[in-house]
Design a binder for this molecule. Sequence first.
Ligand SMILES: Cc1ncc(COP(=O)(O)O)c(C=O)c1O
Length: 386
Amino acid sequence: MVAVPTVSKRLRSVGAPGGNVLLEMFQRRPGAIALGRGDPDLPAPPHVLAAAHEAIAKGLTRYTPVRGLLDLRQAIAEKLRRENGIVADPQTDVLVTTGTQEAVFLTFYALLDPGDEVLLPDPYYNAYAPMIGYAGGVLVPVPTRPERGFRLDPDEVERRITPRTRAVMVVTPNNPSGAVYDPDALRSVAAIAERHGLFVVSDELYEALIYRGRAFSVASLPGMRDRTITINGFSKTYSMTGWRVGYLVASAAVVGQMLTLRHALTICAPTVSQHAAMAALRGPQDILRERLVIFAARREFVLRHLKAHGISCVPPDGAFYVLVDIRASGMTSEQFAITLLERENVFLYPGSYFGREAEGFVRVSLVLPEDVLGEGLDRMRRVVHP
Ligand SMILES: Cc1ncc(COP(=O)(O)O)c(C=O)c1O
């Protein structure tokens, strides 16, 4: 009998992200405390839920245009002008995607030819690596250091530019480090991109969650609009992770070239979710302030708790993650995460899953109420200082 064929070389060479193994271990352990997930526990706002119900009741459940509902693109363009200083034509420059994840995938696929390099601050969101791999690109890590709060040093970016460099990525606030990049550093990155003829990819998914510093969009800088792909979504800001809506904003030419691929992937973002996303943008925004206050209180709680336990960390300026230093345990971050799960029934991701620079750290997410966070940290202490 002829052997069953295997999957493609491309699939095998990129491989499965390591995080899945731990996640599967966690899912086999009911009752474990999940300090690891990037999924906010706060509910989506009521007007978002109402808009989804209304869309269903009206039968608005068929395909939308590939670019997304025009009304939603208009709401996105208004938001970008108002909050980010980005001018975007909703007809041509905005693409609604199935989660931010698809926007990132489309971007790498659209920008990279095989062998093209992407400069990416390390530590980084672990899904970027396989996405760059599937696009045939090469991930070039730009180290950011715990001693500097994992902030980006533009000189480190420029030093790594080669004739194959195609794009530099900025993610602020950052997952997993919580770093918020200084506007001057972002201006320098923009200048480097202009000097070397590069694209900038700016993932701004956590922009509403800033405790210190401020949001700043590279695409708002003079001359940067057409060389920047700005990526954003609804998952973290409005607790809409399962709704799968995100978007990207780029020049009309780049967006136009993405449409065939975008159609091939998912045709359009879920229609009901697009109506819900429109309500999120057009509805009351004071909800964001309230949510920020809750995450800020949890951040303070975790920092206090860690200090009391004699565990250090890099206090985040944004997003809802804290990189906790577990070097005192004498274990690698992966050994630590496995031991913590097996011994104390607490799940989190090791720093090694986010590149090289967060080895020695684990990522704690602030997506749980304080009593559960406290219990998780108490159990963690027993593994850091046995
Ligand atoms: C930096 C970053 N970009 C993109 C995503 C994907 O988000 P979405 O749920 O909008 O697809 C995540 C999810 O954690 C993320 O952290």
